[in-house]
Design a protein around this ligand. Sequence first.
Ligand code: LLP
Length: 426
Amino acid sequence: MDEFGYHDGALHAEQVSIEALAETVGTPFYCYSAATLRHHYHVLDTALADAGLAERLICYSVKANSNLAVIATLAQMGAGADIVSQGELRRALQAGVPSEKIVFSGVGKTAEEMRAALEAGILQFNVESLSEIDLLAETAGALGKTAEIALRVNPDIEAGTHKKISTGTAETKFGIAWEEAEAGFAHARALDGVEAVGIDIHIGSQITDLTPFRRAFEKVGALLTALRADGHDIRRLDLGGGLGVPYAREGDGNNALPPDPRAYAQLIAETLGASGCTIMLEPGRLIAANAGILVTSVVRCKQGQAKNFMIVDAAMTELMRPTLYDAHHPIAPVLKDESATKNWDVVGPVCETGDFLGLDRALPILQPGALLAVFAAGAYGAVLGSAYNTRLAAPEVLVDGDKWAVVRARPDYEALLAGEAIPDWL
Ligand code: LLP
């Protein structure tokens, strides 16, 4: 469910007209709906509660959309944060996430990042190798602290998603090998400066079938039993993120629906509900994807020999997902247009053949300046943006009911070039 819909033929975000926003802000821009963000958080939290999972913590995976206003919207709902860098730590704290609801994931934490998180007093570090445990123990010890850790174990499970976003197989860089997990916990127990309190997994992203989750959760249950038999006091199970979302609008023929969050919550309850542990989740896409659209203007249409191209002012620099993951994002005119359609490749101005937002899309012939919305762009959209071709980052707008604000301004060229210099010896 999202709050982007047509009123009198014009697309609105909640009560705000996208056309009016485009006039004020200029295109391209991202538009997020606060009501949709809240709704998605609420659906997941309620599903967990209804499944009887009283001890739970949803740590929004900040990497999906790290705009301060987006994080703040979720923090106000009670969300924690899953971070992967010192920069994300800053964002989470600045947006009002309490430090005791922050978990630090990631395979390459440096001592400096560990220190910053220890000083902030975060809840948990999800560690991914024995050498990381050693460095964390040493860093925490030097500060006179003990870091609570979960060991991210790699369950070697195919998540059935795109290769580039599968993280739970033995070939990926993530986690400690399943066979070495118990030795990892024993290693941690022998060290001052860390206390192993949890098991952590994350098997991939945009997972549209519950089977890999079931297999992973069952493995976590078995490991929990073994660890407790070894005398480890495991109190938290962090089951990562990864639940898929629909990348389809009504009527566009792409009806494959990912599992309902209620079925996912039931599965957690069934496999791990009796563990006595706090269940932690790190959803990103589930919360943010359908809470955002990218709005772009047509620059010109170019009808070619083999293909028709609709050239727009957004590009792979604003939305990398189509070219990076062959991802499908629905695209529709902001002002409903019932005229005859043709098939278009919707492309940007960047000098790469891979610069497209959608291929072979049925759209009317649109005039320069006509607005298009690219849907389901709230997660891994703006955050993956780049300044390639010296393009200015798209601004971000947050809508809440009839209110809206620019929550990240479009930079100017001075700001874009400010960090660069021509040496005086050149
Ligand atoms: N936790 C960890 C440790 C992760 O690595 C990720 C995502 C998440 C949680 C959140 O996963 P989600 O609930 O959003 O699936 N750029 C790609 C997705 C990369 C996902 C990276 N890790 C895309 O646009 O599809």
